[in-house]
Write a protein that binds this ligand. Structure first.
Ligand SMILES: C[S@@+](CC[C@H](N)C(=O)[O-])C[C@H]1O[C@@H](n2cnc3c(N)ncnc32)[C@H](O)[C@@H]1O
Length: 223
């Protein structure tokens, strides 16, 4: 998105103007998603994700919300050797596109696509994961939190996208259109839960559509 209530558009234009576009394995799928208006990671979130993955290439990543497979293909470039990505998608219109995209990138052995609702799939996974990318229906993030806590290894981190929901999350309830109020209160509750969880060190960032970063802290014996 270029116009939003989170970052002024002149700042976005400036950042995008000086950041060279990456021509990588995921570029064709990204371009198709943008053309077909499939919601995917914003440029700035993608750049942050790349940075974090490069700091410590993970062996195991979990993603909730595959869409056409763009973000999985993007992240596959930054996993450790033999690294693996599990990604969950419930919408047939999405996973039917993701499957061939993953195949034509030659990543069938690196990316496993789990078809179904995350609420049903998450309890079947054993993990542990070093990185979890949450990029699904925002109103459901709170439902996933206990499973995310279980699945993340100590020292692992979560990136939850879209948590400021075009700035709406930060507004008083009465300013929110009625049909958005449930999502508004669920997102607020999710953020309150995570930000006070002492097992995690979290940071809520006003970039893209709002990003929550949460690191599962190591206890003394795990360092
Ligand atoms: C924003 S898109 C994901 C974009 C993708 N991460 C990317 O950047 O290429 C969100 C996707 O999450 C899926 N989704 C939403 N809620 C879900 C759930 N509870 N379980 C599985 N998939 C879900 C939607 O069908 C949609 O395709």
């Amino acid at each position: 998105m270029l116009e939003n209530d989170i970052t002024p558009s002149y700042i976005l234009q400036y950042i995008r103007g000086i950041t060279p576009a990456a021509d990588d394995l995921s570029a064709a799928v990204e371009e198709r998603c943008r053309r077909e208006e499939v919601p995917i990671l914003d440029e700035e979130v993608k750049s942050l994700l790349r940075f974090l993955l490069l700091l410590k290439p993970p062996r195991r990543i979990l993603e909730v919300g595959t869409a056409y497979g763009f973000s999985s293909i993007f992240m596959s470039q930054f996993v450790a050797p033999e690294g693996h990505i599990d990604t969950i998608e419930r919408n047939p219109a999405m996973w039917r596109k993701a499957k061939p995209n993953i195949q034509s990138a030659g990543l069938e052995n690196t990316i496993t696509l789990h078809i179904g609702h995350a609420q049903e799939i998450l309890p079947t996974l054993t993990g542990p994961y070093e990185v979890i990318l949450l990029d699904a229906s925002m109103g459901q993030y709170g439902l996933f939190w206990e499973e995310i806590k279980r699945l993340l290894c100590p020292g692992g981190w979560l990136l939850a996208d879209n948590v400021l929901h075009s700035g709406m999350t930060a507004k008083p309830r009465l300013e929110i259109p009625r049909r958005q109020r449930t999502i508004h209160s669920r997102l607020q509750a999710f953020l309150r839960t995570v930000l006070v969880d002492e097992e995690f060190a979290s940071s809520l960032l006003p970039i893209g559509d709002g990003v929550l970063l949460s690191l599962k802290q190591m206890r003394g014996s795990e360092e």
